[in-house]
Write a protein that binds this ligand. Structure first.
Ligand code: INI
Length: 154
């Protein structure tokens, strides 16, 4: 049996992060987690490009543009959509997830999904570096693994 899996090795690679400013208190923590994960796996700090967008709705379009540069080993999408009291949540969260998935299927490089979709601010904080870990870190780890796997599929 041939088993093919990506290694967690970031030295010499360039990564892009597309991050939304909406709920910045939380997204900044996701960014810190993703950056820390990349650095701990050998990525140079100068080899991380963070592109800021206004909200999660804008993430897919920028991921698509960054992917078309073919300059990065992988892209990490980070955002935070909180339900609160508004049905707006369904549209923003749904479009962000669908849009990122659609770009990920077409792009020649991997795209990791690190967009929180929660009912409350507390739930978001739990996933941004407190009791439920840091989903930015998790997304970066997935990007590292996938960036090693993609070139092995030939
Ligand atoms: N954008 C978010 O990233 N998170 C949210 O919780 C959110 N809510 O709740 O509205 C949100 N809205 C803004 C949206 O992403 C766009 O930036 C805006 O609609 C302009 O296109």
């Amino acid at each position: 049996m041939n088993e093919i899996a990506g290694q967690l090795q970031g030295a010499g690679k360039r990564f892009a992060i597309v991050i939304s400013r909406f709920n910045e208190l939380i997204t900044k923590q996701l960014l810190a987690g993703a950056r820390d994960c990349l650095l701990r796996h050998g990525v140079a700090d100068e080899a991380i490009d963070a592109y800021w967008v206004p909200g999660a709705f804008e993430i897919p379009a920028v991921v698509a543009r960054v992917a078309s540069l073919e300059r990065h080993a992988a892209i990490i999408a980070l955002g935070c959509v909180i339900r609160g009291e508004t049905p707006h949540f369904e549209y923003v969260a749904g479009e962000a997830a669908r849009g990122i998935a659609a770009v990920a299927r077409k792009a020649s490089i991997p795209v990791a999904f690190g967009v929180l979709t929660t009912d409350t601010v507390e739930q978001a904080l739990e996933r941004a570096g407190t009791k439920a870990g840091n989903k930015g870190w998790d997304a970066a780890l997935s990007a590292l693994e996938m960036s090693d796997l993609f070139p092995r599929i030939d």
